[in-house]
Design a protein around this ligand. Sequence first.
Ligand SMILES: [Zn+2]
Length: 409
Amino acid sequence: MPLDFRIKHINGRARRASLVTPHAEIQTPVFMPVGTVASVKGVPQDTLEELGAHIILGNTYHLYLRPGVETVRKMGGLHGFMSWRRAILTDSGGFQVFSLSELRKLNEDGVTFRSHLDGSSHFFSPESSMEAQIGLGADIIMAFDECTEYPADQARTRASMEMTARWAARSKKYFEDHKHEVPWNQYSVPSTQYSWPERGAAASLPLQNAGSTASDNRVLSTEYCPTQSLFGIVQGGMDPALRKESAQRTVEIGFPGYAIGGLSVGEPRELTREIVESTLEHLPKDKPRYLMGVGTPEEIVEYASLGVDMMDCVLPTRAARHGLLFTSEGKVSIKQARYAQDSGPLDPNCGCRVCRRYSRAYLRHLYASNELLAQVLNTIHNLSFYLDTMQRVRHSISLGEESRFHSGV
Ligand SMILES: [Zn+2]
């Protein structure tokens, strides 16, 4: 099994689990920082490790256009290319095709689109998305889906959901036929030398030695032949009945994990929550559930309490670059003049390297001076805040203290 998901505690609807992939053991519920083009903007990989990120995201659309899948594949996949020894998840590229590229033309086969970089024409299908994601070599990859726009009428939402279901079956078929082509296989060492780690131990492929730590050096497996895991994606717009049908059809095809897509696309937050809640009811309890593209610190805590295991969002990194910082005392817009002579830390309750060392006055000055360091430090703090928030959530679930989920955020 390329993926091992073990629930350790259940508290209400929330679950505390461990998810073991070929490159890492991940404690869930987890927040996954977004590394769009094989880089979490402004944050070096060793700092991400220090912050406790065990899984990060890459975007297939961006990486396919630049540097290109073949370049990454030749470097041993994203792990080798970006020197990241822990887990990676890539999206299918569908969402970016629909949101970033122009002149897209969609039919049953797939979608033709123009690159937002140079206008060149490209084609993505379930098969080519799988081919690209196998070449990129993330631990977890996503079925090619159509993210239904908001608002959309019932007929349009149904047609889109049905296409996503057919594309999910095609994604799985291609993946099953080609999963052995994952680029890490060439880095695998003779099987006798390695053993599948004990339950609870961190797993890691013997890729390259950069950034390795003692726990990263646990190894791979006897008969274990590492492959990626393909997750299915539930669509169905804002219609609970179509969400239910989409969930059932996706579960019928059968995946080791399920994502809820098509949310946070402009709908009111109340509706997002409602759809998340109703969709979760129809997903298997023993498989990881991934809510794509959410949310604020309050929202990720709330979704975890509803039973979501994995989340990602550009918000902490993007907001940081605009001087918007999340703290235990609420949001701080560091550009404001009121911080110009504030000698206190950004967040007195945060133990990150930024809060331990620098004052609000200095961070405000860096931002006002348009210094690169402002983006770096702000991003490190925001990511630390998100990751620490999830750590508190996991702790609360273990202790059976649901009410404490909502404190400290
Ligand atoms: Zn901090």
